[in-house]
Write a protein that binds this ligand. Structure first.
Ligand SMILES: [Zn+2]
Ligand SMILES: [Zn+2]
Length: 67
């Protein structure tokens, strides 16, 4: 899985992304990432805090669960 750094992604799009695990704006949390669901290519955002915790994500589009 390819993880894009938040800075690179926001520079292109400028859209706000919210952590899928805790719902916070990932722009204010360090080490946040945005990546594509391996199953349906939906964009999934996760904040640095939830990454450290190792919280699982569930894709809201296809329901696929991943680390
Ligand atoms: Zn989070
Ligand atoms: Zn998906």
């Amino acid at each position: 899985m390819i993880e894009l750094r938040m800075e690179e992604t926001s520079a292109k799009g400028g859209r706000k992304h919210f952590c899928l695990s805790c719902g916070k704006d990932i722009a204010v949390i360090k080490d946040s990432v945005i990546f594509k669901c391996p199953n349906c290519n939906n964009e999934i955002a996760r904040c640095g805090k939830c990454r450290i915790k190792g919280a699982e994500f569930t894709c809201p589009v296809c329901g696929s669960v991943g680390p």
